[in-house]
Structure formats: C-alpha cells, structure tokens
Design a protein around this ligand. Structure first.
Ligand SMILES: Cc1ncc(COP(=O)(O)O)c(C=O)c1O
Length: 379
C-alpha cells in the first residue's frame, strides 16, 4: 500500500458488533468472563482494550513493523525501553535530544546503575568509539530536538547489530510519513504520539513499534507491570489523527520549506537549523533516509541577547508561545527555558544549544500569514 492509503486504513476494521466504521471508544475497566480463564481475549483494561488494540495495530502498520504498543506518554514509552536494561548496562545516546529524555536518563535511570554516554551521533564513528562490552542500547533521535541534526540510521544499526546492541530511534520529529527507522535496521521505533501522530494538540501519548516478538513480549510485560497505559479516548484521538497524517505532513513540509528559506535570507537572522538546506552538514543523509524535511525549524538572531529572543517570542500572534510541536497550529518555543530547561546550561551550550535559540513548529496555516507574523515579530 502507498502512504495515504496506509495511513487512512491502518488498524481499521468495522466494529464486529455494529459495523461502525470508526473504532468505538471502549470505556471499560474490566470484561465479564464466562468462566475463570474463559474470556474473549480481554480480561482487565490495564492489559488489553479494544480501542488501544486497534491503535496498536495501526502503529505497527504505519511504521512497517510487526507489533505496536501504545503508552500513556512519550516518556512512558522511553521509560519502558530503558526498563529492558539491568544495573551495569550502558547506553550510548545523542548529545542533542529532547530535554525530558535527558532528564529521564540522568535523574531517574542513572541512580539504578545504568550508565549513559552522550556523543554526537551524526558521526557513526563516535558511537563506535563509545561502545564497550556493557553497551546494550543505542538511543537515537533524528532529526534531533532542537538542533535538527541527522543521524545515519542504517550506518548505526549496522554497527550495533554486529555487536548485538539494540537501537531505538525516537521518530517523533520525522513521523512515519518522513522516515521508517525499522526499514533501516532499527530494533524499536519510539514516538511521542502527542505530536504529529495525534496532530491536534489534544492528547498526550507515546508509542513503540518493533519487529521482534520477543522484544514485544518483554515491553508488553513491562507496560502491564508498570501500568503506563493510555486511556481509550486518547487512543481514539491518535487513531483519528493518523488518518490525516499524510495531508498534514505534506503541508507541514511545504510551509516549513518556505519559512526556513525566508528566515535564512532575513538580515536579522544569524543561523537557521533545518535539514532541507542543500549546504547543511547532514543534507545528504537527510535526503537519503527521509522523504521530505519536515516543519521543525530552529534559528538564532544576529543579536544573540536574551532580550532580543524574548521580544520575538512574545510578539508573534499566529505562532503561539508553547511547549510541544506537531499540531496543525504553529508554535514558537524557547528551548533554553522551556523544553530543554532540564539540561544543565553548561551541557546545553557545549552541545550548541544557545540561550538565544528559538524553535518553531510550523503548522499548516496559510504560509503567507506565518511569514507576516514572523516578519512583524523579528522586525
Ligand atoms: C523528540 C521527543 N521525544 C519525546 C518526547 C516526550 O513525549 P511526551 O511529551 O509525549 O511524553 C518529546 C516531547 O516533547 C519529544 O519532543
């Protein structure tokens, strides 16, 4: 199936009791059994729910995987992957990634004896150099939040597979419309479904997709045991979001390209981070592994003072100042004080995330209105 057909029909089967074309929201905590152990495959809603099952089937289809698991948030999905590990195990992760992932790694899992080594993953050799006999997981984000760095997924999975190390790719920024990490050899794909999959800024949810039945069993066991399951209404919202992912993403990409090029020629803008510039360092890999370049853009003003950034951040009218991304409406964000505030300043600056960086989630409004808004704000 081609992309649009796949996104619209993924996981959708008419409801067996009525023929309803949309998956019903099964608001139930438990299921009546005919006799102990004799049931219809559903026992208790932390373990199974039909709306969640339809979504999990859809997640598997859209990421070209065998199995999908839906979680109560993106960080809950990441948390489950980390719980595959044991004290003493090591993780090689990117030095540019979502602040909440960094917080989970450093503030929660380090104290359970998991060691994290952060490297610039855009060069696969940096990962190779960081691997030790204790390395059990490579954690990639590509494009990264917020500097839009691109990692060559196929190159990393090749070197990790040779040493039996799992690779998990956070595919939130790209969405399955732009890239499918399992096709490039990844073991697990992770999503903050809160973002492009949901697409309407109305739900918090996470996802994991994988091919291995044994990994699915382990992750399902962790989920069932730890309890980070999404509610059925939220599953319905993400299922509905997926049906329009391709049309939304097409427009995010189209608008993103216009905004990125416009920003780049603006006399007050020093630097624009967007993987679609032909002269950007990761362009060749981005072009190879992604179908387009997305609507996430970061930039810095020539006046790199805190005040200049604050003026832009508080002046836009169409772009709303908010955390999150991937919804139909455009958002503007200040990573240093918002999404990435949990990363120590010194660490942030060392990895290129300045106090002056502004991040945009370009929505699907009329692009002329977006440009006019930025033009007024930047002045
Ligand atoms: C790249 C990335 N990964 C993971 C997450 C965490 O997802 P959630 O907020 O759904 O828990 C986010 C949230 O912003 C994100 O941007």
């Amino acid at each position: 199936m081609k992309l649009a057909t796949k996104f619209i029909h993924a996981g959708a089967t008419p409801d067996p009791s009525t023929g309803a074309i949309m998956t019903p929201v099964y608001l139930t905590s438990t299921y009546v059994q005919e006799a102990p152990g004799k049931n219809k495959g559903y026992e208790y809603a932390r373990s199974q729910n039909p709306t969640r099952k339809a979504l999990e089937d859809a997640l598997a289809v859209i990421e070209n995987g065998q199995f999908g698991l839906a979680f109560s948030s993106g960080v809950a999905a990441t948390d489950a992957v980390l719980k595959l590990l044991s004290p003493g195990d090591e993780v090689v992760a990117g030095n540019d990634m979502y602040g909440g992932t960094y917080r989970l790694f450093t503030k929660v899992f380090e104290k359970f004896g998991i060691k994290f080594i952060y490297v610039d993953t855009t060069q696969a050799e940096n990962i190779a150099a960081a691997i030790t006999p204790n390395t059990k997981l490579v954690w990639l984000e590509t494009p990264t939040n917020p500097l839009m760095n691109i990692t060559d997924i196929a190159a990393v999975t090749k070197l990790a597979a040779a040493q039996k190390i799992l690779v998990c790719v956070d595919n939130t920024f790209a969405s399955p419309y732009l890239q499918n990490p399992l096709d490039l050899g990844a073991d697990i794909v992770m999503h903050s479904s809160t973002k492009y999959l949901g697409g309407h800024s109305d739900v918090i949810q996470g996802a994991l997709v994988m091919n291995s039945a044994s990994l699915r069993e382990q992750l399902y066991f962790i989920q069932k045991s730890s309890g980070a399951v999404p509610g059925p209404m939220d599953c319905f919202l993400v299922l509905r979001g997926i049906k329009t992912l391709h049309v939304r993403m097409r427009q995010h990409c189209e608008n993103g390209a216009v905004v990125a090029q416009w920003l780049r020629q603006h006399p007050k803008v020093a630097r624009v981070y967007w993987p679609g510039f032909e002269d950007s360092k990761n362009y060749a890999i981005a072009k190879q592994q992604m179908r387009d370049f997305g609507g996430m853009i970061s930039f810095e003003l020539k006046d790199d003072s805190h005040e200049a950034a604050m003026k832009v951040l508080s002046s836009t009218k169409v772009f709303s100042l908010a955390e999150s991304l991937g919804g139909v409406e455009s958002l503007i964000n200040h990573p240093a004080t918002m999404t990435h505030a949990s990363i120590p300043r010194e660490e942030r600056i060392k990895n290129g995330l300045s106090d002056a960086l502004i991040r945009l989630s370009v929505g699907i409004e009329d692009v002329e209105d977006l440009i006019e808004d930025l033009d007024n704000a930047i002045g």
